[in-house]
Design a protein around this ligand. Structure first.
Ligand code: ATP
Length: 233
C-alpha cells in the first residue's frame, strides 16, 4: 500500500491558511521562493499572497493596485497552491493587516492562520495599526531576508520572545499566538532594485517571472520613478 500524503495526516493543518502580504510592486522571485518554501514547510494547502490596496507606510505605490494585482496573478497562474487574495484592493481605503486578518478569520473560523513576513517587515511590526491584536489573530512566521538582521524595538522584542516557539507542531495545534523564525533561501532581490533597473533602461530579467516582465514592458510600468497617481488603475 502506498503511504498517505503527508498533508492528509493532520486535518487541522490541512485547513490552515497562510497570509503573505506585501506591496508586490512588482512581485519578484524573492517573494515567490520564500512563499514556496514556507508553504511547503507549513504544509498548508491554502497559501495566499495579499497585495496591499493602499499602504499605510508609503505615500504611494509605483504601479496601481490594478497592475500589481495583475502581475501577481500572472506570476502565480501556474501554481494552484499559491493564490492571490485581493480583499485589500477590493476593500478600498488604507489597508491595515489587522483588518485583513479579522476578515480572513471570519471566513475560515478557528483554524491556524499564519501571517508570513520578511525580517525587515517584522522589525517594524510595532508601527502597524493595532499590532498587538495581530498575535490574537494569527501566528507569525518571520522569514530571513538578505541584509536584514533581527532588530526588534524593546516592547516588540518582549512580545515576540514570550511567544516564540521552536517546533512547527506547537503552531499548528492552536489558531494563533505563536512566533516562529524560519530560514528561506537568501535571494537578494527587491522591488526597489527592479524598479530602478527598469527606470535606467536595464532589463531585470531573471529577477522576476518572464510573464511579469512582459507585462511591465507592455504597460510601460516603472519607466520613471514617479509613484502611481491613480491608485485603482
Ligand atoms: P520594496 O523594495 O519596494 O520595499 P520589497 O522587495 O521589499 O519591496 P514588498 O512587497 O515590500 O517587497 O515585501 C513584501 C514582503 O515580502 C515583506 O514581508 C518582505 O520582507 C518580504 N520580502 C521581500 N523580498 C524578499 C526576499 N528577497 N526574501 C525574503 N522576503 C522578502
Amino acid at each position: 500500500m502506498s503511504p498517505r500524503p503527508a498533508q492528509s495526516r493532520n486535518p487541522i493543518q490541512n485547513r490552515a491558511v497562510a497570509v503573505f502580504g506585501g506591496t508586490f510592486d512588482p512581485v519578484h522571485h524573492g517573494h515567490l521562493r520564500a512563499a514556496a518554501e514556507v508553504s511547503e514547510w507549513l504544509k498548508v494547502s491554502d497559501f495566499r499572497l495579499v497585495p496591499v490596496g493602499s499602504p499605510p507606510h508609503r505615500s504611494q505605490t509605483y504601479a496601481s493596485a490594478f497592475h500589481r494585482l495583475a502581475m501577481l496573478e500572472l506570476a502565480l497562474a501556474p501554481y494552484q497552491d499559491l493564490t492571490v487574495d485581493d480583499r485589500e484592493v477590493r476593500r478600498g481605503g488604507t489597508s491595515y493587516m489587522v483588518d485583513t486578518l479579522r476578515s480572513i478569520r471570519q471566513d475560515v473560523g478557528d483554524v491556524p492562520v499564519f501571517l508570513c513576513l520578511g525580517q525587515d517587515a517584522a522589525n517594524r511590526l510595532d508601527t502597524w495599526r493595532d499590532w498587538k491584536a495581530l498575535f490574537d489573530l494569527a501566528h507569525l512566521v518571520v522569514m530571513t531576508r538578505p541584509d536584514s538582521q533581527s532588530n526588534y524595538p524593546p516592547e516588540l522584542d518582549a512580545y515576540i520572545s514570550e511567544r516564540r516557539v521552536d517546533r512547527t507542531r506547537d503552531l499548528v495545534s492552536t489558531p494563533a499566538g505563536g512566533v516562529r523564525h524560519v530560514e528561506v533561501t537568501q535571494l537578494a532581490i527587491s522591488s526597489t532594485h527592479i524598479r530602478a533597473q527598469v527606470a535606467q533602461g536595464h532589463s531585470p530579467r531573471f529577477l522576476l517571472p518572464a510573464t511579469v516582465l512582459t507585462y511591465i514592458n507592455k504597460h510601460g510600468l516603472y519607466r520613471t520613478s514617479t509613484p502611481s497617481k491613480d491608485k485603482v488603475k
